[in-house]
Design a protein around this ligand. Structure first.
Ligand code: FAD
Ligand code: FES
Length: 248
């Protein structure tokens, strides 16, 4: 377990903060840390900043994320990692990042002048990192229509000519990712998806993150189109941390 002193805290959206801290290990876009709160436990959180300092961007969803969101500059953050594989480095040319909810956090290290973006959220106050893209290259969608296109990431994707992108990178709620996967599958376009399944150990022991027998924490969380083809559980069912299987 590592700990670092939080250097800065920025509120980036409703109930969502970026915490920056020093950490001298190399981290790649798509990798995550297990962030620990004493007396509560650990949750997986992606590195939204992989340079120096490192950073995470986390939304307060509930019991485990709330105490991390409440941390302040000067306090200690406990974590282990980095874990998981990473997105492939974008080649020269344009590419597309699609982030739903807090999913844009794991894609953020890949935002550059060649990056186009679709960022989807429930409402305007939940959107973040739009300002990291060139204004003409990013589309926002909100479920309630309070900002950008009223609808979801797939509605925005349908308005774009996908031929111009070298690669598409996606992270967000699994139902959204499945919809995007089904849409681009017949178009034969390279795409990678980061699967955010509940995790306990992150080192291949507990099996809580398994999808069709593949441990997401070790083999993923990033998978290409070919791997996802074999995942019948992708976008359909998942294990809760209790071990109960539920529909997505
Ligand atoms: C590899 C990986 C990387 C992740 N990276 C990030 C990250 O960078 N930033 C971040 O904020 N979260 C990230 N998550 C999700 C994070 O681990 C969850 O937010 C966390 O497990 C929520 O725990 P909780 O106990 O606070 O909420 P819970 O008590 O587990 O959930 C409370 C409610 O919120 C819902 N909920 C929980 N998580 C999400 C979610 N991600 N999207 C929509 N609804 C949700 C639950 O279904 C439930 O209804 C990542 C998950 C994985 C597996
Ligand atoms: S989280 Fe334990 S095996 Fe993946």
């Amino acid at each position: 377990m590592n700990f670092s002193i939080i250097l800065s805290k920025e509120v980036v959206a409703k109930n969502t903060v970026t915490l920056k801290f020093s950490f001298d290990k190399r981290v790649y876009a798509g990798q995550f840390a297990m962030v620990w709160t004493p007396g509560k436990g650990e949750i997986p959180i992606s590195f939204s900043h992989t340079g120096d300092p490192k950073g995470i961007t986390i939304k307060n969803y509930g019991d485990m994320s709330a105490p991390i969101v409440a941390l302040n500059a000067g306090e200690r953050i406990f974590f282990r990692g980095p874990y998981g594989n990473s997105f492939t480095k974008p080649k020269d040319g344009d590419y597309l990042l699609i982030g739903g909810g807090s999913g844009i956090a794991s894609l953020a290290p890949m935002i550059s002048k060649n990056a186009h973006g679709i960022i989807s959220a429930r409402s305007m106050e939940d959107l973040f990192f739009l300002d990291k893209f060139e204004k003409s290259k990013v589309i926002a969608t909100t479920d309630d229509g309070s900002f950008g296109i009223k609808g979801n990431a797939l509605d925005a994707l349908r308005t774009l000519d996908l031929e111009k992108f070298q690669n598409i990178y996606v992270c967000g709620p699994e139902k959204m990712m499945k919809g995007i996967y089904d849409y681009i599958k017949p178009k034969n376009i390279a795409a990678e998806f980061s699967l955010e399944r509940p995790m306990k150990c992150a080192i291949g022991i507990c099996d809580s993150c398994s999808v069709n027998g593949i441990q997401i924490c070790k083999t993923g969380p990033v998978f290409g189109m070919d791997s996802l083809r074999d995942f019948t559980e992708f976008g359909t069912t998942r294990l809760m941390l209790s071990g109960k299987r539920v529909n997505i």
